[in-house]
Design a protein. Structure first.
Length: 308
């Protein structure tokens, strides 16, 4: 993964977030009122999802602002992981909403309600148009961070669910098959749930200081070892500071005759890591070729403890 894809982007434009927040407040209010008037759980489910969108976008704004704050003596990395915290909150909110929708669908299955399909269709169409506009606004910035991707996914899946509600409303108009509303609600809940899992896994990986997605640790080790003057690589650690920045530290063994040239070799390693893997936060410790106190390795151990 290149540095431009993974580590050098800034947060989403505040104006884009502002317009999207306003749009989703309007959509949420319209769908909530329409869901109550029509009796459609699918529409109410979409309103609940849109409410989470509003929260997600507010948190995205706060997260991006926090990630841009300068480091302090206490927080020497700055506040880059605020974006990960907000993305995690967003994803957990989606899980809670999905569980609520499914439980409400089962409750209504036991006590069916008639639905005003005309109101359901009208409001769902308004919601779809607003969601599509939100998706268009946020599309360009979706890959810039995990936090931006969380906000974009909220919008995207809400557009899909609004389209599903419209299709369901059309079917109900012609068939009076009200059970379809509950089926759509459960489908929307499943989409909400699955959309949150990927973000939860990536956020957990960052907090556990796992290697960044798209960067192979063995490839990184080989890149370092391929730099002229580097004989061995060991004690290599690679982790994510945030979804946009990776960090690396390792020991490199040099031939004793090359120790005087270690500054140039270190610069060459930095350049290779940035060019090949987009890693720009690197700490290297050069050592003589014997390195007797460390077991030499050119790759990390596998999960069973054996070296590859």
């Amino acid at each position: 993964m290149s540095g431009s894809d993974h580590h050098h982007h800034h947060g989403m434009d505040a104006r884009k977030l502002g317009w999207t927040i306003l749009l989703n407040i309007i959509i949420t209010a319209a769908e909530a009122v329409g869901g109550v008037l029509s009796g459609s759980l699918a529409l109410l489910s979409d309103a609940a999802h849109n409410l989470s969108d509003v929260i997600a976008l507010v948190l995205a704004y706060a997260g991006n602002r926090g990630a841009a704050l300068r480091p302090t003596k206490r927080s020497t990395y700055g506040f880059k992981r605020l974006e990960v915290v907000t993305a995690l909150i967003n994803a957990l909110a989606l899980v809670v909403i999905a569980v609520f929708i499914v439980s409400e669908a089962f409750r209504r299955y036991a006590d069916p309600q008639q639905i005003d399909a005309a109101v359901m269709l009208t409001v769902a169409t308004i919601g779809l148009l607003g969601n599509l506009l939100s998706v268009w606004i946020l599309h360009a910035d979706r890959k810039k961070s995990i936090n931006n991707r969380a906000a974009f996914l909220h919008m995207f899946y809400d557009a899909v669910s609004s389209a599903a509600v419209i299709a369901g409303g059309i079917v109900i108009v012609f068939t009076n098959w009200y059970l379809l509303d509950l089926i759509l609600s459960v489908i929307i809940a499943m989409m909400i749930f699955w959309s949150s899992l990927d973000i939860l896994k990536e956020a957990a990986g960052i907090f556990m200081e796992a290697a960044p997605r798209g960067i192979d640790v063995d490839e990184v080790s080989r890149t370092i070892a391929s730099v002229p003057g580097v004989r061995e690589v060991h004690h290599l650690h690679l982790w994510s500071i945030s979804s946009r920045q990776a960090a690396l530290s390792c020991h490199i063994c040099l031939a004793d005759r090359d120790l005087n040239d270690s500054p140039a070799i270190i610069r060459a390693v930095h350049a290779a890591l940035l060019e090949e893997h987009g890693i720009d936060h690197v700490t290297l410790q050069p050592e003589g070729e014997l390195c007797p106190e460390y077991p030499i390795q050119t790759s990390l151990p596998t999960d069973d403890g054996n070296h590859r």
